[in-house]
Design a protein around this ligand. Structure first.
Ligand code: HEM
Length: 379
């Protein structure tokens, strides 16, 4: 890999050190001298186009805080995100997957992104937090706008965040006045946190918990379709599915880079001097293809062993929803494969629409033909 630490300029002019080598990414994501509180540097990357009052609310969240505040907030969330909790939600996920595929049945072309991948994580998130299912399309639209639009002053994102904060505040107020429903929001309301902190955590989950898993479902299916032999392996032995999803997280992670960090002391990384106060980000995309850590890194291998990919990040900010997101993706692909023995891409792989955003290389649509049985067999 040439340039394991490179300097990139953000659209707002901010200079960012991008760390790309696997070992350095892991070491620095565990280094307390990199702070997630980047407000002092005058920019927060994804948040740089937002007015100060909105940034103040978002600054109370997990992404923007260091220990001990981060540790305390995260402790409130982790019981809802264990592997066990994720497995408990599997029957609900299967039901939603079937519901969505019922609506696709018989259509000549299905867009796996819009018709399936985007919708399943939203339904899961609504159940988990305790958001009415009918509000799903609205919160999905807000979250998607937040992570998918280019970060530019005067863009549409500030309106979306205002709407989302207003929505979350009303939800918290309504739920304070109502009964304990046993969901995550009820647990947060009982925790003693004030409303602004709860709103910030709800925002984190709404923003982080929809587009990333949706992209993981869509991108995983794209990778499997591009490698028919690998897809055949998974169809023949569904126990390979969890490993296959890890391989998708390695080769095409939904988040291509991390949220920004700020160096709190001078650092020497791979021969490069980083000054105190400078901004650092991490390329999960590049680190996951580092040939010093992954044999034959460009090869898609659903049976790859010891796959320590960084698709969920690393260290104290490693994705809190990793178990949930993985189980949701496994379930989505599992139900799709069970139901349709024939899944074909409509059109050429080169024509698939992609969008580059601040943190994502986003698959915009995946047009598929789904059939219950091979066409030749029915003739
Ligand atoms: C399945 C696909 C997902 C992927 C690929 C993904 C990826 C990531 C990554 C790479 C990070 C670390 C970012 C950094 O260090 O800068 C992260 C953090 C986070 N993710 Fe996920 N995520 C996924 C699903 C979810 C879900 C389903 C939720 C919640 C419902 C969620 C909530 C969060 C939160 C709250 C954080 C911040 C954690 C912290 O700062 O302590 N994610 N995610």
């Amino acid at each position: 890999m040439s340039g394991r630490v490179v300097r990139v300029t953000q659209p707002d002019g901010l200079l960012v050190w991008m760390v790309r080598g696997y070992d350095s990414v892991r070491a620095l994501l565990n280094d307390p001298s990199l702070s997630s509180d980047t407000r002092a540097a005058g920019s927060k990357g994804l948040l740089s186009d937002l007015p100060p009052d909105l940034r103040e609310v978002l600054a109370l969240d997990l992404f923007s805080n260091d220990p001990p505040t981060h540790t305390e907030l995260r402790r409130l969330l982790t019981p809802a995100f264990t592997a066990h909790q994720a497995r408990e939600l599997r029957p609900m996920m299967r039901e939603v997957a079937h519901e969505l595929l019922d609506a696709c049945e018989g259509r000549p072309v299905v867009d796996l992104v819009a018709d399936y991948a985007d919708r399943l994580p939203t339904a899961v998130l609504c159940t988990l937090i305790g958001i009415p299912r009918e509000d799903g399309p609205m919160i999905r639209h807000w979250a998607d706008t937040f992570v998918s639009q280019p970060v530019e002053p005067g863009g549409v994102r500030p309106q979306m965040i205002t709407a989302l904060i207003t929505y979350a505040r009303a939800l918290v107020k309504r739920r304070r006045a109502g009964q304990d429903s046993g969901d995550l929001l009820s647990r947060l309301l009982r925790s003693g946190l004030d409303d602004d902190h709860i709103v910030a955590l709800v925002l984190d989950l709404v923003i982080a918990g929809q587009t990333a898993p949706a992209q993981l479902i869509a991108k995983s299916m794209r990778l499997l379709l591009a490698s028919p032999a690998q897809l055949a392996l998974v169809r023949a032995d569904p126990s390979l599915l969890p490993g296959a999803i890890d391989e998708c997280l390695r080769l095409d992670p939904p988040l291509k880079i991390s949220i920004f960090r700020r160096a709190t002391r001078p650092l020497m990384v791979e021969g490069v001097h980083i000054q105190a106060g400078e901004i650092v980000s991490f390329s999960f995309q590049d680190a996951n293809r580092d040939d010093t850590c992954f044999a034959d890194p460009e090869r898609f291998d659903v049976r790859r062993t010891d796959n320590q990919h960084l698709g969920f990040g690393y260290g104290i900010h490693r994705c809190v929803g990793a178990n949930l997101g993985k189980v949701a993706t496994e379930t989505a692909i599992e139900v799709l494969l069970e139901r349709f023995p024939v899944i074909e891409l409509v059109g050429s792989p080169e024509d698939l629409p992609w969008k580059e955003t601040a943190i994502m290389h986003k698959l915009v649509a995946l047009p598929l033909r789904l059939a219950r049985r091979p066409v030749t067999a029915t003739r």
